[in-house]
Design a protein around this ligand. Sequence first.
Ligand SMILES: Nc1ncnc2c1ncn2[C@@H]1O[C@H](COP(=O)(O)OP(=O)(O)OP(=O)(O)O)[C@@H](O)[C@H]1O
Length: 620
Amino acid sequence: MTTTVSAESQPFQAEVAELLHLMVHSVYSETDIFLRELISNASDACDKLRYEAIARPELITDGAPPEIRIVPDKKADTLSVVDTGIGMDRQELIDNLGTIARSGTKSFLSKLTEAKDGANLIGQFGVGFYAAFMVADRIVVTSRRAGSDDVWVWSSEGGSGFEIAPASEEAAKRVARGTEIMLHLKKDAAKYLEAYEIERIVREYSDNIQFPILLVPEEGEPRQINSASALWQRSKSDLKPEDYKQAYQQIAGAFDEPAMTLHYRAEGRQSYAVLLFAPSTKPFDLFQVERKGKVKLYVRRVFIADDAELLPAYLRFIRGVIDSEDLPLNISREMLQNNPQLAQIRKAVTTRVINELETLGDKDQDAFTKIWDAFGPVIKEGLYEDFERRDKLLALSRFTTTAGEKRSLKQYVDDLKPNQTEVYYLVGDTIERLKSNPKLESARARGVEVLLLTDPVDAFWTSAPLEFGGKPLKSLSQGDVDFGLIPLTDDKAETKDEREADAATTIAVIKDALGERVSDVRASQRLTASASCLVAGGDARDRALERLLAQQNRGSVTRPILEINLRHPLVAALATDTAQAKDLAFLLFEQAQILDGEMPDDPAAFASRLNQLVLRGVAK
Ligand SMILES: Nc1ncnc2c1ncn2[C@@H]1O[C@H](COP(=O)(O)OP(=O)(O)OP(=O)(O)O)[C@@H](O)[C@H]1O
């Protein structure tokens, strides 16, 4: 058997070809990461082998223990990363090294095209293996699935496809179990053949890999170049911030610094080690529909599962490891969900993470801000998903308000105005648009702070009744608001001597004109300068949420209430000028729609009405 005779060519999935093209033709400064990616894959393969060997011990007893070897060969200009892990069969080679089965690949690729240095993006996205094409012009992967007689060779020059063929006898003998990845290095990548360079990279990125990493020099004995201990099992006092940073980067495949590190050992009813990190930047797949967690479950140092739902979905940005001493090693992945011990761990660790975030918010504003900026919208999902912890999550939340940025509800409540009994908020698309929303006018005239909520998730969590510190949260675009008892700080805003239109007549005229378009018309408490606004009834959904649900075909928009400012000249004119009353009534309604970010139902009619009224004004 030879590799060439029965070689079969296969094309790469289009996304892979595009990715490779981008990587090969752009100059990335951080090429070192290829080694980290290959070692990380090798380590995953060793993890998988250990896991499968729990049910099938013969997989491990027939060969070498799980380990990783790095073999430079200066004569051949090749660097090999060899593992005795789980290996891949023919189909796995084709599937795993020819496609990217990840959501968001397209948007990632367009980001990569624009980026100056894509290494960081590559790490975030985790295109691991393909990173090797930054330093190699040909890659040959020889692999034997644990327990199999067949050995297959995958090879590619990184163009549009790869070849797959059975291994030669010699290659098959070399790979008794696991995978050998041989890189034919590009001319300018020869430095990766130097032992000191390899050691440097391993120390920098992969020291915490649990399995031994051996450097096999061209002369002399192989020697281990990592410490191969599970970092989370070590004592906190032995570890420095750099150790944690490396562990985070290695576990999460990230390049940023962790914004929060939580390392402890729980003893008692159950004992387990916890090493968790909050990243300081946002990954690509944060908003993927599956909302998968990223905390790995180990049992007595053996990797069990990537996503055992160890934290609720709203903490899915947390990375790291939980290593249990008590769970059975042979726990199947299917059983994880219903395991009571695991449920207990989940509960305890969730509480611990939230407490840690709270402490960080008090003690290290900078770090907390990084987490909140990147993951605030995700954490806020917990406000409607985790009833039990809602108060704690509300206390964690930071808001942009009319009084400033990053305001906590504690600060808000501390700064309440005299007689203010509620926490006010307004939901909308952008801060700028919210700031110019007339519904803020009356609050502004009293110096009352209003939360300006612009994340899509805000419309959802605010739909349940909430309170903070005994003060209910209240939308300014829903139901009645009564600022009457809160003193004005801007006296000019509501001068009593201005002529008020007659409420009953004006309202009757508008109702008559608008008919079914509104559910009610009433005098507003919210407005001081503007003429009108639209609000939802007290027990109806907030209008922002209605709009969002309607866009997703998950509900219809109900008829709003039109509130009018009886002191506004336009409203006053309406009561006295019967000839224009209908047009003016429509204008009040349509203006309010536009200020809420909606289109008038009939934009052409709106424009022509507006023109007629303006012309009449100009002609006077
Ligand atoms: N040494 C190896 N042994 C066994 N399987 C491997 C090995 N290297 C890669 N693979 C397989 O190829 C797949 C693709 O690897 P790649 O590095 O591109 O992405 P990944 O490891 O899945 O993603 P990430 O880098 O985010 O973890 C892996 O998921 C794994 O199934």
